[in-house]
Design a protein around this ligand. Structure first.
Ligand code: PLP
Length: 390
């Protein structure tokens, strides 16, 4: 029996090695991983160049206090600023911390504007993390109901319905709108380009901050560096984390110049945030994504993946919808199939994640190849046919 607090339901397997998009267990059996640590191991396991960066850095030091200049965090910030067209970055250690930072900045913005009872618009089915602020902005009641009074700064609206946003703005003092351009945990729901453009316009019109959480859908996964770039908009605040350092803990909150102008010494901080090890690896991750043209390849691989799924499953009983962008894909089932992840794991040696009980969420590594995609489609088809007895 493990002494870990059972917050997670875990597969009973000890993976001892990983390479690319595969993991191996103690018996030497290979598994195709379509979860990538929930969107973290974007460049796969045991990436040689990233391992070399880690080795080189630990010879010097792992941690350096934020009291000293740190050229790796400066370099990473410059790279991110260039990619996002934003102005400055703050580094922390996780997605939820990046969102805590964004929420604090929205509250600061309201304070500086002397707003009475300011509120932040957030989305139904949205997920922003598990700390109190980010949890308050998250819609799933199951995650919130036992924790008493959370922050009352948030008003929830339906994702992709601009009229609801307009109505809430007409009745409240809104300082920010916060959303994931593609809702991950909620089941891969995609904001329309029109909706993103309309949100930007409304935020400009009413001087509201647009906060985009691209913690799951950002960093090249969707065939764009950041999915909002498809709509040719720029947020005021952007949060990222997960795959940034391919597995070393890191998060970032990026801001535009106007928000940056509000920020002063000592207003926020993090002991580990911006540590040179994570920043050095993250800097290399960005270089590799660019050098190897992975964004374009993700777009092409995603199109291939979705085509394969659609041609195989469109008329299969039990499949409600197939959707996605790039390598962020959902297969929604009509009903929960108990034990599905366990069965795909034990029978087919495939690792998947299921969200909202009946949505298979695929977040493969950027290194996935067509033969892996074909193998998954065949295996899933065989499995579903078997349980449906067709
Ligand atoms: C969109 C989004 N925001 C925030 C988070 C929280 O990130 P973390 O688990 O690193 O705190 C997640 C994690 O799944 C996420 O998908």
């Amino acid at each position: 029996m493990s002494s870990l607090i059972p917050f997670y339901q875990k597969l009973d397997v000890d993976f001892i090695r990983g390479e690319g998009c595969y993991l191996w267990d103690e018996a030497g059996i290979r598994y195709l991983d379509l979860t990538s640590g929930i969107g973290v191991n974007n460049l796969g396991f045991s990436h040689i160049e990233l391992n070399n960066e880690i080795r080189a850095q630990i010879k010097n030091y792992i941690h350096l206090s934020n009291l000293f200049k740190n050229s790796w965090s400066e370099k990473l910030s410059d790279q991110l600023v260039k990619i996002t067209q934003l102005h400055a970055s703050f580094f922390c250690n996780s997605g939820t911390e990046a969102n805590e930072t964004a929420i604090k900045l929205a509250k600061l913005y309201a304070y500086e504007k002397d707003m009475k009872n300011p509120k932040i618009i957030v989305m139904n089915q949205g997920f922003h993390g598990r700390t109190i602020g980010a949890l308050s902005a998250t819609s799933n009641q199951k995650y919130k109901e036992k924790f008493g009074q959370l922050l009352d700064d948030f008003i929830f609206v339906d994702f992709n319905y601009i009229d609801q946003v307009i109505e809430v703005i007409s009745k409240n003092n809104i300082c920010a709108i916060m959303l994931e351009p593609i809702q991950g945990e909620g089941g891969v729901h995609i904001a329309s380009t029109l909706y993103l453009k309309q949100l930007r316009k409304i935020c400009d019109q009413y001087q509201i901050l647009l906060i985009l959480d691209e913690i799951q859908c950002g960093l090249g996964r969707t065939g764009y560096w950041f999915y909002h770039q498809k709509a040719e908009i720029t947020p005021d605040i952007l949060t990222i984390a997960k795959g940034l350092a391919n597995g070393l803990p890191i998060g970032a909150c990026l801001v535009n110049q106007a928000v940056n102008n509000l920020l002063t010494l000592g207003l926020h901080g993090s002991t580990f945030g911006g540590n040179p090890l994570a920043c050095r690896v993250a800097s290399k991750v960005l270089e590799i994504i660019e050098r190897d043209e992975l964004i374009l390849k993700n777009k092409q691989k995603g199109e291939y993946f979705i085509n394969q799924l659609q041609s195989k499953f469109t008329s299969v009983e039990g499949i409600k919808s197939i959707r996605g962008v790039g390598l962020m894909i959902a297969i929604e089932l009509n009903e929960t199939i108990d034990d599905m992840s366990q069965q795909l794991f034990s029978q087919h040696k495939i690792l998947i994640n299921i969200t909202q009980n009946k949505i298979i969420r695929l977040l493969p590594s950027f290194l996935i190849e067509e033969n892996d995609i074909n193998f998954f489609c065949e295996s899933l088809y065989g499995y579903i046919k078997k349980i449906k007895n067709v």
